[in-house]
Design a protein around this ligand. Sequence first.
Ligand SMILES: C[S@@+](CC[C@H](N)C(=O)[O-])C[C@H]1O[C@@H](n2cnc3c(N)ncnc32)[C@H](O)[C@@H]1O
Length: 330
Amino acid sequence: MTAPDLPAELKAALDAKLHGLSRNDAAERASLISKTYRDGGNSGAIKTETDALAYALARMPATYAAVTASLNALREITPHFAPTSLLDIGAGPGTASWAAAEAFASLKEFTLLDANAALRALALDLGRDSTRLRELIYQRGEARALLAAAEPADLVIASYVIAELSDAERSALAELIWAKTRDTLLIVEPGTPAGYARIIAARAQLIASGAHVVAPCPHDGKCPLTAPDWCHFTQRLPRLRAHKHIKGAELPFEDEKFSYVALTRAPVTQHPARVLAQPAVSKVEVSAKLCTAEGLALARIPSRTKPDYARARRWRWGDAVEAEQADVKR
Ligand SMILES: C[S@@+](CC[C@H](N)C(=O)[O-])C[C@H]1O[C@@H](n2cnc3c(N)ncnc32)[C@H](O)[C@@H]1O
């Protein structure tokens, strides 16, 4: 499985871009861009080279970690998937392409699509000296228009993008990206109730078009969670020095909450349960909230069932687990 921290080549490329940059300027721009996002705006606020770099320093480590965690989950369920081509929709600084390159040694062709000129320029700079990404193709324009003319790819990723579209645009984009998906599509969004709602809507739309869920759900049925609950996961990631500075943060790590769905064309043969929250571990039992092929379940694994208890103690939020032995309450 791939580690959540940025690969060495990407860290080096980001470091090289920091020379001559006023960190205070960048921190100010990053905080303005974050405020725009919090107020419901989009990446239209990213206009200059400094804006793009500020965005990358502040957000790329976290979105990279979330995409990596989602790719790890999908690889666990479909371990023989070896894509050779990638379409990265709303690629921004190229985050998902870097994550996919780390996850799949088989990837040879990287096509990135995005409307933002400053982020495109940064992505090209960051990829220039990369062994895997130096020949990436980055098309600039509106995603739907570019997609209509794009070649299908084995793997398609839309990471932290669909939030920037209206409901109607999102549904049209989902249909188009599925049409360009030869094998597997991954959509990742912030792990908020709104991010989950967008994921669940795209999931339902694409299942109706013949898609099957690889992860996180162990089924293609309706999501059993009901509001105020929502399906999301969390990934801890280290903060680089520049990352801490730009966020005015002290802690050497942060936890990125994310929601995702990975969909594929072929039916999935493995359906392990998914751990939906950090399990509670005591000397008496492990109890864990699971999504199973039969629906939501609270599994209790008593310590007297020694090997099962020992295994369940290692369960983490987001893991795919075999829970047949557990005492399951629905
Ligand atoms: C929040 S950024 C995410 C960037 C990258 N995928 C990541 O995970 O770090 C959203 C990106 O989607 C792009 N985007 C949003 N709507 C778009 C559209 N309709 N067509 C093309 N790009 C779009 C923005 O320009 C921006 O680069």
